[in-house]
Design a protein around this ligand. Structure first.
Ligand code: SF4
Ligand code: SF4
Length: 194
């Protein structure tokens, strides 16, 4: 090999590769056999507290940190009748434009409440531009078994700090009744679209 002319060396590499095992991963046929690595940065997720309230406080720090201008946030005030997060404010409108996002994760580094993280979901391709602008309802984490959907009150006797210190572990009976009653009255939840 060392004495072969450079061109022949190149052909030899090509020729010898023909007898090696293929490493091609067939997608999407064998997608489940090749899951992404646990730390892979895919689609974003807006997380919830253990009782279902949202962690996002609408501060817009993620939007300011984004080098691609891919995030749009509008905060709103929580009220006694309509509470979506434990603090004063919540993310009323939240959009991520996946036509712009470069998956750099600077937004999740900027988020002070760990409301924003990234999942392993990577197959976001689509055949139209509109569906690649994800709204709040597309990004919100699914409700766990101990959660109830906002709007609802905080756990009685707790503060915002208690939520962040992990002292709230799930929805209480009072919160469940409150949500059941509001659904009976035809209330709706979630963010708004612009
Ligand atoms: S991952 Fe990077 S480009 Fe994408 S929304 Fe976050 S900061 Fe912007
Ligand atoms: S996701 Fe985090 S940084 Fe972005 S608005 Fe919500 S709380 Fe602020």
């Amino acid at each position: 090999m060392a004495n072969l002319p450079p061109a022949l060396s190149g052909f030899w590499v090509t020729f010898s590769t023909m007898f090696k095992h293929t490493v091609t991963e067939q997608y999407p046929e064998q997608a489940e056999e090749f899951p992404p690595k646990p730390r892979f940065h895919g689609r974003h997720q807006l997380n919830r507290h253990p009782d279902g309230l949202e962690k996002c406080v609408g501060c817009e720090l993620c939007a300011w940190a984004c080098p691609a201008d891919a995030i749009y946030v509008q905060g709103g005030d929580n009220t006694t009748e309509g509470r979506f997060s434990p603090g004063e404010r919540y993310g009323r409108v939240y959009q991520i434009n996946y036509l712009r996002c470069i998956f750099c994760a600077l937004c999740i580094e900027a988020c002070p409440t760990r409301a924003l993280t990234m999942t392993n979901e990577f197959d976001l391709a689509n055949n139209n531009r509109e569906d690649l602008i994800y709204e709040k309802q597309d990004l919100l984490a699914p409700l766990g078994p101990d959660m109830v959907p906002p709007p609802h009150s905080m756990v009685t006797g707790t503060t915002e700090k208690d939520y962040y210190e992990g002292k709230v572990t799930g929805a209480t009976e009072q919160q469940r009744n409150e949500v059941a009653e509001s659904h009976g009255a035809g209330a709706t939840s979630g963010g708004e679209q612009v």
